[in-house]
Design a binder for this molecule. Sequence first.
Ligand code: ATP
Length: 282
Amino acid sequence: PSAMREIMLEVPKVLWSDIGGQEEIKQKLKESHPEAFIRMGIRPPKGILLYGPPGCSKTLMAKALATQAGLNFIAVKGPELFSKWVGESEKAVREVFRKARAASPSIVFFDEIDALTVKRGSSDDGGSSVADRVLSQLLNELDGIEALVNVTVVAATNRPDIMDPALLRPGRIDRILYVSPPDYASRLSILRIQTEAKGEQSDQRQGDGKKKKRKMTIGPDVDLDELANSTEGCSGAEVVALCQEAAMKAMEEDLAIEYVSMRHFQQALAKMQRRITPEMVR
Ligand code: ATP
């Protein structure tokens, strides 16, 4: 059906080195590399759940996994699947997996999977709601994937608690990994990637002919250690936003300004809002 054209097949370009810090989870994901499992003669995980507070690199991790393992990437947002294809949501799920098998080896990334998988029977029409049918279809598809087909499901959620446990049983989405907010070292690393200080990451890019990302230029007074300290409790997305906001402040001051200074970061910090609340953190 024509609506399904909107299910996007991507070849992601996120490298592990584009993700600041978060070394532990990177390592765990590298170990989940399907080829490594097949080489060892054991079944690769069919499904991986990444859970944790918003903006902390779950999507980036899924993309880096695909990029560096040379897998195609199909991204689906849970709520979209419902709203765009009312009455056809199960069909949409089937279609997503059909595409994934056709594009294998591939990763299907279900962002906000909780939207698709609230516990069965939680609606009042006795098990035949759209949500229930979508979940059943998802379980069917998961149970149907053979190891050799080489489709890995990666799902992300901020609310693992509201997911139907059937989805997380062995043989389904059974690798469950917590993606924490960035710690001090990770925040520092994100700040470095954003500001080009120590250009390791950007140098790597140039070699393979890829266009080098334009990074912001910072003045000599910018103290990244101090900024890493002041962003305690922030998500990765917020640390990135802080850098962008600081650049905006610099440009507001003077359009022809050459670099972003510490005062711009401080102005940006002063108006920064933090989204992560204690109950989101494990
Ligand atoms: P959500 O739960 O809201 O979907 P998420 O955990 O999937 O969030 P991402 O989409 O991966 O988060 O991250 C959002 C943005 O934040 C990224 O596009 C990137 O700009 C930035 N970001 C987050 N963490 C990092 C990191 N460790 N290194 C570099 N950038 C990061």
